[in-house]
Every structure is written in C-alpha cells, then in structure tokens.
Unconditional design. Structure first.
Lengths: 211, 142
C-alpha cells in the first residue's frame, strides 16, 4: 500500500512540473508547503510581497507534544550572499497563534521562532536550523542540519535530484539525535522530499509548490 | 497512528497536487503569445524544450537575433532562480523574452524592437528577483 502511494507520488511529481525549500519567494509569489514526519505534520501557505519577506498561515499538528498550533508566520530573508556559482542565505522566521491540546478545550497563546542558514551550489547543499517553540506550556529548542549532493547536474527544466542526510537534535526527547536519509526531487515549481528517520522508524514527506 | 499520519500526509500531497498540475498545463499551452509563434512551433514538444517560455512571455526562439542584453548574474544555482527572474522581467514592457543559462550564470534578455532597457534598470530588476548583476553586454542594437 505504502509502496503504491510512493510510486503514485513519484509519477505525479514527474508529470507535473517544482522548487526550493526557501521560505521566501519572488515578489508577488505564493508558496504552499506541506511537511510530515514522525514529530509533526504541518501546512504553511505564504505570500511574498518582496524577494525578502513572506507572510502567511501556519498550522501544525505536533505528535510529540499532542497539540495543534494555528497561527500566522512571517519569514524574513535577512541576508543573501550571491557568489559566482554559489548562494548562501540567512533566514529568520517567527510565528504567533494558539496551541490547543489534542481532545481538550482551552487554547493558549503560543509561538515559535527559527533561524536558518544555507549554502549551496548546483552540486552541494548544506543547511542549519535552530527552532524554539512555546506551545501551550511546552517549550523546546531543537537543531537540525542537512548535507546534500546532486548526483547529476540537470539543465533548466529538468528533473533535479538531491541525495541528503538530515540530522536533528531534540534535547528533551528520549532519542535526542535522529538521522534521516532523504531524496529531494524538484522540477519547475514543485519539490518533493521523501525520507526515513532511522531511530524513530518514521517516514518523512515534504512537498512544496510555488505559483 | 503511524499509518494514519503517513497516509494522511500522502493523501494531502496527492489531492493538493492536482490543481498545481492543472495550472502548469494551462501555463504551458496558453501562456505563449500565439500571434508571434511561427507555424508549427506550438506543439507538445514544448514540454521538452527549456527554451520555450512558460511564464507568459514570447518564445525565446522567435526573439533570437533581435536586440539582446546578456547579463552575467551571481547566485544562479537552481531552476527557482530562473523562475524568479522570469516572473519579475515579464512585467517589464520592453522585454520580449528571457533565457536563463544556469551553467554560464547568464541571463539573455530579448527586447522588443525599438525598446530600451538601461543597465540600471536591469540591475534593479535582477536585485528585485533576489540576485546580483555582475556585468552586461549588448547585442543586436540593444
């Protein structure tokens, strides 16, 4: 069943066209991001009035903390370094809204903030993030890093493939450090990531589209 | 719960990908300026030719030979960079078509006959897209 779903997804992505995981789009651009892994599932839709800002809605069902967060999120490209064959970015993100425990009434004001840095060429990709959340009395800080390599360099319009490893650290978790090998496929305005977190035996599936 | 999470995730991806696919097809077939297409150019081969414009501008192949600005740009590392440039430049009245060469880090800006685009405007539009201009060269009387 799962294999069929993965194959169906791969077909859809190859037929449709793609993006990068950047939280800010071009001026006037809309982005839809869906993420799901062993810790949480989230949906984020945002609009970029400039190439440095985006604002939108963010909803997260957090399986570890048993809450649903609903709020607005603002993303800021603080600094971009454009090199001849490289690009590096520094982003800041902040979200405010409410967190509601599963199956209970009594939503509370909640929020999060995140800093993210990446550096990439057409062959290599690196990223580091630190995220602090305050969800209904549950405060946490976690870090994640990624290293990726493109096994081939595609031309504009081709299907691009990245092989990546993501390492995350949740200090309060019983398994604080996790490793997720994943494959990133992107073409045109869409990007799909599929991975598997070894320690938790959980799948990761992220999808982003810009328009 | 695990299965539910995974299936829910995939289902949402599949459901939400449908309108995106429809939109992409619409852009591929309707985004071109048919009046400026040569006979036989508008066919299903456009899926296989990155030169064919998908952002609502004129087909690049019909613009070659006209006034052109070749801009060397820093930061071009992926398709999304190209798309950002196309989205920004297509709003410019003087621009007929755009071709991005990621390997060379170059953007070829094809101008409409009799139209001008100063280096300052080119630099501004590239900066607005999120990238930085290194230099420009002009061809065909641009």
């Amino acid at each position: 069943m799962l294999l069929r779903l993965i194959i169906a997804l791969a077909i859809i992505v190859s037929l449709s066209g793609t993006v990068h995981a950047r939280p800010v789009s071009y001026p006037g651009g809309w982005t839809f991001m869906q993420k799901s892994n062993g810790s949480y599932s989230s949906v984020h839709a945002h609009y970029s009035p400039t190439a440095s800002d985006s604002i939108g809605a963010y909803i997260e069902r957090n399986w570890q903390e048993d809450i649903t967060f609903t709020g607005i999120q603002y993303n800021r490209l603080v600094k971009r370094w454009n090199g001849r064959k490289t690009q590096a970015n520094f982003y800041a993100k902040v979200g405010v809204g409410q967190a509601q425990p599963f199956g209970k009434n009594g939503a509370q004001i909640a929020g999060f903030t995140e800093l993210a840095m990446d550096w990439e060429t057409r062959r290599w990709f690196t990223e580091y993030r630190i995220r602090a959340t305050d969800y209904a009395d549950n405060q946490s800080i976690h870090h994640s890093g990624r290293l990726g390599i493109a096994p081939y360099i595609g031309n504009y319009g081709d299907l691009h493939t990245w092989l990546m490893v993501q390492v995350e650290n949740h200090p309060e978790s019983n398994k604080p450090t996790t490793t997720t090998p994943l494959v990133r496929l992107f073409k045109g305005v869409q990007m799909l990531e599929l991975g598997y977190t070894i320690e938790h035996k959980e799948w990761l599936a992220n999808w982003i589209v810009r328009f | 719960m695990k299965s539910l999470k995974i299936i829910g995730s995939f289902a949402s991806i599949i459901i939400l990908s449908q309108p995106a696919y429809a939109q992409q097809n619409e852009m591929n077939h309707d985004g071109h300026n048919h009046s400026e297409m040569k006979h036989g150019q508008m066919n299903h081969d456009d899926h296989d030719h990155p030169e064919m414009d998908k952002e609502g501008m004129t087909d690049v192949s019909t613009a070659i030979g006209g006034p052109t600005i070749v801009a060397t740009v820093n930061g071009l590392v992926c398709d999304f960079c190209a798309q950002a440039l196309k989205k920004v430049f297509k709003k410019e009245e003087a621009v007929k078509a755009l071709k991005v060469d990621l390997d060379a880090g170059e953007v070829r800006i094809f101008l409409k006959e009799g139209q001008m685009l100063s280096d300052a405007v080119v630099a501004k539009l590239i900066r607005k897209s999120g990238y930085s201009l290194v230099e420009t060269k002009r061809e065909g009387g641009a």
